[in-house]
Design a protein around this ligand. Structure first.
Ligand code: FAD
Ligand code: SF4
Length: 475
């Protein structure tokens, strides 16, 4: 087979067509495309890509297995470190992780080069292969563990990864989830055009088949406490509470109607299926001119969802992302920024909102902004935006979505005396075992590290599940 110098681009739904629906944008590799891309891998003696993966998947081996057409082997190699390759192959910011560490990316580059091996798409290919054929991994039931019970609070990536690890060893697991559906941000935050719901449903169903019990509509900290769960006979507890509390700008006029937090806006669309109105009776009245404030995945997801709703409701598409820095500093995945541009999202860089103004009925009508310039790098390593005084200008909008960050969900932490948290309200853990300040209570994911990524949350959960198993074996 002819080995290509450039990475093989995946096929995608055409921009004008896809931006009228919530169907998946990127089509996975065909077998021929996966083989072509896998053959580009140099099978390096020192595979630097592996150190770029938060859970150290043996990337070199699984890519080699793909070149040998051993797709089942590739799937199992990934599954030995990551239970959800079909999910991670779609949402992992690989350009900042394994692909940035691939030898094809120049050292010091802020993200992966165009030539880096498309590791995430190969992972997705192997993941979908395994999923479509229902290939399981060996369940190693441990007789001494089958009597043990673990409660998991939160069904996001951290919770479901921990549940999978424990259930495979025969432990009885119950996941308590505040919402009526499982998946955390994978369900209520990331839109279906990036992560189709059948993929998520499949993974949740697999957990159920392994015996994991799901308890939706349970806000732990309100209807039950940690002590109640121990009294009910659970031997250990894992907290995967996430960072579900939206941050706001704290500027004048932020309470006008039609100003949303991105979390609320995306929850209405994704969890409450606003995009399926009238099939679902929970529509979102989208604005004619939407301004999204922020530069992360949440901002690109909110803007792209807005534009889709505008087109679906027969409006002229008009959605803008406003960001204080420049495109280089945007934390969103590069592919999402490209897709947003192709779909017609406007970008205004180096701009900071100062105040919202509304009409006499209380609805937002415009915002006053200041232009910014970049200063020296701040704690995040990115150049700090500095507002230029006297550079005021106005932008019209009848809807604004604030996507400037998320903080710890504190419902349970506040209701649990003795559970130590830091100044950001994140739960403090022993980083080797993920055990919290309360014995037998472990934690992982965004509630520990702050806003992170799906694979980082799963990595922490894996560490915790190992520690929980070790503890349960001693009982
Ligand atoms: P979550 O996914 O937040 O799940 C926590 C769960 O716990 C929730 O379901 C919540 O309802 C439940 N819960 C909280 N408190 C309680 C309680 N007291 N009782 C019961 N249940 C409770 N990462 C990527 O890698 N790639 C991306 O493309 C990406 N895009 C993103 C887009 C958006 C819009 C957002 C918001 C985040 C995105 N992220 C992305 C980040 C990623 O989704 C998170 O890092 C990850 O979901 C964290 O997983 P978690 O399990 O810790 O928490
Ligand atoms: Fe080398 Fe990149 Fe292949 Fe990893 S993916 S083995 S770094 S060429």
């Amino acid at each position: 087979m002819d080995i290509k110098k450039e990475s093989i681009k995946p096929r995608e739904e055409e921009a004008s067509k896809r931006s009228c629906s919530f169907d998946e944008v990127i089509h996975g590799y065909s077998e021929a495309e996966a083989l072509q891309e896998a053959l580009r891998c140099l099978q390096c003696k020192d595979p630097t890509c592996i150190s770029g993966c938060p859970v150290n998947i043996d990337i070199k081996t699984f890519i080699n297995q793909i070149t040998q057409k051993d797709y089942e082997g590739a799937y199992l190699t990934i599954r030995s470190k990551n239970d959800f390759p079909s999910i991670c192959g779609r949402v992992c910011p690989a350009e900042y992780q394994c692909e940035k560490a691939c030898v094809f990316t120049k050292k010091g580059s802020p993200y992966a080069s165009e030539k880096a091996i498309n590791i995430h798409l190969l992972e997705r290919f192997a993941g979908d292969y395994g999923k479509e054929r229902n290939i399981g991994v060996q369940v190693k039931k441990d007789d001494e563990l089958t009597r043990r019970r673990v409660a998991i609070i939160g069904s996001g990536p951290a919770g479901i990864a921990c549940a999978g690890d424990l259930a495979r060893r025969g432990i009885n697991v119950t996941i308590y989830e505040a919402l009526h559906l499982s998946g955390g941000v994978l369900r209520y935050g990331i839109p279906p055009f990036r992560l189709p719901r059948d993929i998520l449903d499949f993974e949740i169903d697999s957990l159920k088949k392994m015996g994991v019990k799901l308890a939706p509509n349970h806000i732990i900290g309100k209807i039950k406490t940690i002590d109640d769960l121990f009294s009910e006979g659970f031997d250990a507890i894992f907290l995967g509470l996430g960072a579900g509390m939206p941050m706001f700008l704290g500027i004048k006029g932020e309470n006008f109607c039609n100003i949303y937090s991105a979390n609320e806006f995306l929850t209405r669309i994704n969890l409450m299926s606003a995009y399926k109105f009238p099939e679902f009776h929970t529509p979102v009245n989208i604005g004619k001119s939407v301004i999204v404030i922020g530069g992360g995945n949440t901002a690109t997801d909110a803007a792209r969802a807005s534009l889709r709703l505008q087109r679906m409701q027969g409006l002229k598409p008009n959605a803008t992302i406003l960001y204080r820095r420049t495109e280089v500093e945007m934390p969103a995945r590069r592919i999402e920024i490209e897709h947003a541009k192709e779909e017609g999202i406007n970008f205004r860089f180096l701009v900071q909102p100062e105040e919202f103004a509304g009409d006499d009925k209380g609805f937002v009508k415009k915002m006053r902004c200041l232009k910014c310039k970049l200063g020296e790098p701040d704690d995040s390593g990115r150049r700090k935006p500095i507002a230029i005084s006297g550079s005021d200008f106005e932008l019209e909008c009848d809807m604004s979505i604030i996507a400037v960050g998320l903080a710890a969900n504190q419902v349970l932490t506040r209701a649990t005396p003795g559970l130590k948290t830091d100044e950001r309200s994140d739960v403090i853990v022993n980083t080797k075992t993920m055990e919290t300040s309360i014995k037998k209570v472990y934690a992982g994911g965004d509630i520990v590290g702050g806003e992170g990524t799906v694979i980082e949350a799963m990595g922490m959960a894996k560490k915790a599940s190992e520690a929980i198993i070790n503890y349960l074996k001693q009982l």
